[in-house]
Design a protein around this ligand. Structure first.
Ligand code: DC
Length: 214
């Protein structure tokens, strides 16, 4: 079974995906980490994130980089969003994601274009959203917990900028697949969101999903 989980930054999709993978005993790939690794490598190489050739050169990185907690920083997230607009970069990361998705037994992948581009025939597609304010609060609290300096207005502005770029790029923009189930986590605790996600997956795989609720 392939479960595709897409959505904007800080929507809760990462935690939901991990918990789905555990619940359904499936391997999990956070595809954002691949773009973050490109952003990190590009910075190391002194490249320009807006230059497609520099960004493509940064697609060659050692797999161990994916375990580096530094990839989670806001700066690297911003670089990841910038390099991800280049079709060359998306192509370079494509096979790795497809191979993971289509491994025997299936997988859970989270990202922006999993249900639309990487695994368009996934068994289940979830599109996880939350208001930009709720996402900024979560990001703010997460940064505080990590002891990083955090300013709410800057975080909100950054989230809005990142959404704008992810949604409006010409290749593989962030958008729900036509047959995706939407999950708005704005007013949900993470446990409630996970329970709803599990229920949506079960409904899809048991064929009970009502595509046109009255
Ligand atoms: O999910 P994340 O915040 O770690 O992703 C960082 C950036 O990577 C995001 O702003 C856009 C890009 N990305 C993408 O374009 N496609 C994906 N499947 C995953 C991430």
């Amino acid at each position: 079974m392939i479960i595709a989980v897409d959505g904007p930054t800080a929507s809760g999709k990462g935690t939901i995906s991990k918990r789905l993978a555990k619940h359904f005993t499936l391997p999990f790939l956070d595809t954002g980490l691949l773009y973050r690794a490109v952003g990190w490598t590009l910075r190391d190489q002194g490249g320009n994130a807006d230059d497609p050739a520099d960004a493509l050169a940064a697609c060659i990185f050692d797999g161990t980089l994916l375990d580096n907690p530094g990839l989670r920083s806001e700066t690297v997230g911003g670089l990841a969003s910038r390099v991800s607009i280049h079709p060359e970069v998306r192509r370079a990361l494509d096979k790795r994601q497809r191979d993971f998705a289509y491994q025997p037994g299936g997988a859970v992948l989270d990202g922006r274009d999993i249900g639309t581009v990487i695994a368009p025939d996934a068994d289940v597609k979830l599109f996880v959203t939350a208001s930009s304010e709720a996402r900024a609060v979560r990001r703010f609290e997460e940064m505080k917990r990590r002891g990083e300096p955090a300013n709410f207005d800057d975080i909100l502005a950054d989230i809005l900028k990142r959404d704008e770029r992810d949604k409006n790029r010409s290749t593989a923009p962030l958008k729900p697949a036509q047959d995706a189930d939407l999950l708005d986590t704005t007013d949900l605790t993470i446990d409630a969101a996970v329970q709803q996600a599990i229920a949506l997956v079960n409904a899809r795989i048991s064929g009970r999903h009502d595509k046109d609720p009255a």
